[in-house]
Design a binder for this molecule. Structure first.
Ligand SMILES: NC(=O)C1=CN([C@@H]2O[C@H](COP(=O)(O)OP(=O)(O)OC[C@H]3O[C@@H](n4cnc5c(N)ncnc54)[C@H](OP(=O)(O)O)[C@@H]3O)[C@@H](O)[C@H]2O)C=CC1
Ligand SMILES: O=C(O)[C@H](O)COP(=O)(O)O
Length: 484
């Protein structure tokens, strides 16, 4: 029941299998970050509606969990088929709503279709185990433990703006395959893409009540959802600030938090500079740096720093800047506030003596890619996540110094090490306090069958298809006491 008025669509929320307007009679306007106009309106869902959908989810979860894995998987495969039919439309929605370039938006949708199908296959191939008691001193062989994985109940999935389709489905698909019901709260800027994605799931004929989509500002309904006693697990991706709040508000339920990052690219003196530059540039600047796994600082050995900076400068100046519809790498940031934040970090660094190599032009929320050299540890840009197209270069005297600075960050998502010496790479990988170290490659969440995790302020728990299914289920032990 999308309502179109003056060319602007008002989208309903999805309450227990029905598309409905909220009783609040309030909607939220979604502004396109690059078309600079309202592209749709979404419902501001109320607390009592949250109560109702959680109640419905609780009821629908029980029969869902009784279905066989194959039956659950059939719904999800139909969902993937529907998304495949709609992939151009969905990619356009992502591009319009969050300003991702069309090619990357389409890539996100295709990745999501593959992720859903892979999740089905992964769940089909996961199995429990059994154990006999005689492995423990005094235990007996007659005690047969059957260990199965059972669902947690109702999973709350909260996604960020920058991957509105993929980071939603990567929570919803494993939750459903593990036998849970889902309450899905998309980022407000990202809701239209989320709604379109759920319209496809609805077409797959999912049982009513099993999944609901609640739109509304996190600042208004976020705490209510998080603290709700009907929620049994939260899977969250977003900023460290919101993630910390969730971990304070939620009460004794498992959480998986994928949060911010300040991923360093450590460049040793023996690095292959062409490989290094290619990876740093795409790592730092794709989607204007609005990725948690973007390269957010370079720690380069003094001996090759001049050479590296010259090559990076040329590459940065060749990046396309402009409209997502033209497939530009550098696109307008999600809003003006985000652009103000990045500009503030650049100003702070320049005020404290950093060298502007290139960039630092701004038109509204479109910032040109900016390279800062001679960044020092007293500058905010050395430590704070910009979520924008600025790359600070910190010169170091040794790998040890690079590792020390890398580890001084409060974040611990990923790090890259560029060197042709595998022993050195492995030594560094062992010493850097992050979830993942990439040797001679840019930080990256995928491929989605890999575990994905952050430590310190970058998160808690692990995603990736297999781990997501594990995190959304628990062990259940049945002990059969056999006759001796
Ligand atoms: N490690 C990772 O995998 C990733 C990390 N990120 C990080 O996310 C950030 C950017 O994403 P962004 O969307 O701005 O992050 P936010 O933390 O602002 O928002 C993330 C989600 O949380 C919701 N939210 C806001 N307040 C609350 C609350 N009190 N309770 C519950 N939910 C709430 C938001 O809703 P609403 O939109 O309505 O405010 C949104 O759905 C960056 O720091 C980035 O590094 C992003 C992607 C991946
Ligand atoms: O939101 C993010 O930035 C992602 O989790 C990173 O995903 P990517 O490495 O595939 O871009």
């Amino acid at each position: 029941m999308d309502i179109v008025k003056n060319d602007v669509t008002t989208y309903p929320a999805y309450f227990a299998g029905d598309w409905q307007a909220s009783e609040s009679n309030k909607t939220i306007a979604i502004q396109s970050p690059w078309r600079h106009e309202t592209i749709g309106r979404v419902q501001a869902v109320t607390q009592s509606e949250v109560d109702q959908v959680i109640d419905a989810a609780k009821k629908a979860q029980k029969p869902w969990a009784k279905l066989s894995l194959g039956e659950r998987g059939a719904y999800l495969n139909k969902w993937a088929d529907e998304l495949d039919k709609q992939k151009d439309d969905l990619a356009t929605a992502v591009m319009d709503e969050v300003g991702k370039n069309y090619k990357a938006a389409k890539g996100e949708v295709v990745r999501t279709i593959n992720l859903i199908r892979y999740t089905v296959q992964e769940a089909l191939h996961m199995h429990g185990e059994s154990v006999r008691g005689d492995g423990f001193p005094g235990g007996s062989k007659e005690k047969l433990g059957i260990i199965e994985r059972v669902p947690l109940g109702v999973v709350l999935a909260i996604s960020p703006f920058n991957y509105p389709v993929n980071l939603s489905a990567s929570k919803i698909a494993p939750a459903l395959m593990a036998g849970n019901a889902v309450i899905f709260k998309p980022a407000t800027q990202g809701s239209i893409s989320g709604i379109k994605m759920i319209q496809a799931l609805d077409k797959a004929g999912l049982p009513k009540g099993l999944l609901s989509l609640v739109t509304g500002h996190g600042s208004e309904i976020g705490d209510y959802l998080t603290e709700h006693p009907g929620i049994n697990m939260i899977s969250f991706t977003g900023s460290t600030r919101t993630g910390k709040r969730l971990s304070q508000k939620s009460i004794m339920i498992p959480l998986v938090l994928e949060l911010g990052g300040k991923d360093p690219a450590i460049v040793c003196s023996d690095a292959d500079l062409d490989v290094t530059v290619k990876n740093i540039i795409s790592g730092a600047f794709s989607y204007s740096g609005q990725r948690c796994t973007a390269v957010k600082r370079v720690l380069v050995d003094d001996k090759i720093a001049d050479q590296l900076v010259a090559k990076l400068k040329t590459a940065v100046e060749n990046l396309s800047v402009g409209s997502p519809a033209d497939n530009s790498t550098i696109v307008p940031l999600i809003d003006n506030k985000a652009a103000d934040f990045v500009s503030g970090l650049i100003d702070d660094a320049l005020g404290k003596g950093a060298t502007l190599v290139t960039g630092n032009h701004r038109e509204g929320n479109l910032l040109t890619p900016t390279l800062l050299d001679n960044v020092t540890q007293d500058m905010d840009v050395a430590w704070i996540e910009p979520f924008g197209p600025v790359l600070p270069i910190i010169r170091v005297h040794s790998l040890d110094e690079a590792i020390k600075i890398a580890n001084k960050s409060s974040f611990g998502l990923q790090a890259s090490v560029f060197t042709q010496d595998i022993d050195k790479a492995l030594e560094a990988a062992g010493a850097i306090e992050v979830g993942t170290v990439q040797v001679n490659g840019r930080p990256s969440r995928g491929p989605d069958n890999f575990p994905f995790l952050g430590v310190k302020a970058s998160g808690m728990g692990t995603q990736g298809v297999h781990n997501s299914i594990l995190s959304m289920s628990r062990e259940k032990l049945t002990v059969v006491n056999l006759r001796p």
